[in-house]
Structures are given as C-alpha cells and as structure tokens.
Design a protein around this ligand. Structure first.
Ligand code: ADP
Ligand code: ADP
Length: 225
C-alpha cells in the first residue's frame, strides 16, 4: 500500500493544456474515483501516475518514490483498462500468470499460489482451465482484474474498467470491485465519466473539468450540491 501524491501537476500536449496544476493526495488504502466529462484529462492523469506519460510540470509521488525517477518495471502499480485484451490461446490460469512469468522474480510455486488466491478472491476458481472465448464478458473482466491482482501492487489504477459491460453486469461489478478493493486494502484510483458510478463507488470523488480539479469530496457531499 502507498499514498499517491500529485503536486502542481500539469500536462501539455503540443498546444493542448490537458491537465492544469493538479494537487491531490490519495491516502494509503483509499478508493478514489476520478470523474469528469470526456476530454477533461482523466486518462492523462492516470497515465502520468502510471509513468506511461511524462509530466510537463509538477511532481507525482507514490509512497517514497517520485514516479518519473523510477523505471516502469520497478513501480508497484497495476493498471486495468476498458479494453482488457486477454490472450486467446492461453487459459485463464496462463493469462493470469503471464505477467509474473515475464517479471522473472517468482518461482512456479509462488506463481501458482498467487493465481489460486486471486481466483478465489474473484470467485472464478472453476474457470482457471478455460479459454477466454468460453467466458462471458463479466468473467473476462474478472480475469483482467486477476492479472492485476496477482502482481500484488501497492496502487491500482483503473480506467473505465466496466464500460464494455452491460448495465446489469456493471452494477454487479461495481459492488464486486469495492469488495475486492476493501479486502486487498490497495490504494485505488478509478476513472469514469459516469456520474452514477462515481456517486456509488469509492471513499472520495475528485471532479475534473477541462483539466482542472474542481472538487474533492466524499460521495454524500457531492449529492448535496
Ligand atoms: P479523458 O480521459 O478525460 O477523456 P484525456 O486525458 O484523454 O481525457 O484527454 C485530455 C485532453 O488531452 C483532450 O483534449 C485530448 O484530446 C488531449 N490528449 C490526450 N492524449 C493526447 C495525446 N497523446 N496527444 C495530444 N493530445 C492528447
Ligand atoms: P480516453 O477518453 O479513455 O482518454 P481517448 O479516446 O481520448 O480515450 O484516447 C485514446 C488514446 O488516444 C490515448 O492513448 C490518448 O492519449 C490518445 N489521444 C487522445 N486524444 C488525442 C489527440 N488529440 N491527439 C493524439 N492522441 C490522442
């Protein structure tokens, strides 16, 4: 677990000011929802935290690390996207294990244990030997989450992870994600453009508009506005 700190963070693409002087601290173990309309800078913010995008000005810290001073593979971050392409020729077990095998830091037994534990947490142990095409959309999304969970990251970054699911499944997965986040106690930043999603998830909501942070508050406070 780790605190995530953004100090005066700005991102400029050519002549587009995508993110403007953001100050935000996400507490250790907190579930923060970053919400705002399309194009307001949510993905850019998340990608900078992940170190996938450079910071034009300001600083991002995770725990005792400054993001841009740490090589990507040394950051204890896992990211979950909306387009969670699973490897079609690999089983669920192999999909979940793949990142750990690449990392080369874990022996077979450790990898097996981590995959089994993540599958139990996600309630998909019976799917481990199936292939992605045999799974429903919701089950595939769980596997995508599993790939992130097995890495036991300090920080979870999620970019609209539920937006490819139908409404019913989305509602169900919202609750599931909160349960999983709570059980893991992992610091989480969850990006969405969906206000309902924002209001029903997370400990605090950060509202972004045209690259600026408008408000950071608990969900019930946002309701009152
Ligand atoms: P959101 O995730 O809220 O939809 P983005 O962070 O994707 O917003 O985009 C914020 C702004 O930055 C938009 O104006 C977008 O067009 C622009 N932008 C995002 N990525 C790039 C890029 N790689 N190059 C140029 N402009 C970009
Ligand atoms: P999101 O809303 O999730 O950010 P987008 O469709 O805005 O998704 O962006 C998808 C990808 O395209 C991202 O990698 C983003 O950096 C890039 N992108 C977005 N806007 C621009 C832009 N104006 N110029 C170049 N790349 C862009």
């Amino acid at each position: 677990m780790s605190e995530v700190r953004l100090s005066d963070v700005t991102k400029v693409y050519d002549d587009i000011l995508a993110v403007e002087e953001i100050d935000l601290t996400v507490r250790d173990g907190e579930f923060l929802v970053l919400v705002g309309p399309s194009g307001c800078g949510k993905s850019t913010t998340l990608r900078m935290i992940a170190g996938l995008e450079t910071v034009t000005a300001g600083e991002i810290g995770i725990g005792d690390q400054v993001v841009n001073e740490v090589r990507p593979q040394e950051r204890d971050i896992a990211m979950v996207f909306q387009n969670y392409a699973l490897y079609p020729h690999m089983t669920v077990r192999e999909n979940m294990a793949f990142g750990l095998k690449l990392a080369d830091d874990f022996d077979e037994a450790e990898i097996d244990t981590r995959v089994e534990e993540a599958a139990a947490l996600l309630e998909i142990p019976e799917l481990l030997d199936q292939y992605p095409k045999q799974l429903s959309g919701g089950q595939q999304q769980r596997v995508a989450l599993g790939r992130a969970i097995v890495r036991d990251p300090d920080v979870f970054l999620m970019d609209e992870p539920l937006s490819n699911l139908d409404a019913k499944l989305r509602t169900q997965m919202r609750t599931e994600l909160q349960r999983i986040q709570e059980e893991l106690g992992v610091t989480t930043i969850y990006v969405t453009h969906d206000q309902t999603e924002a209001m029903t998830m997370g400990d605090r909501i950060a509202i972004l508009n045209e690259g600026q942070l408008q408000q950071v508050a608990r969900p019930e406070v946002c309701y009152d506005r």
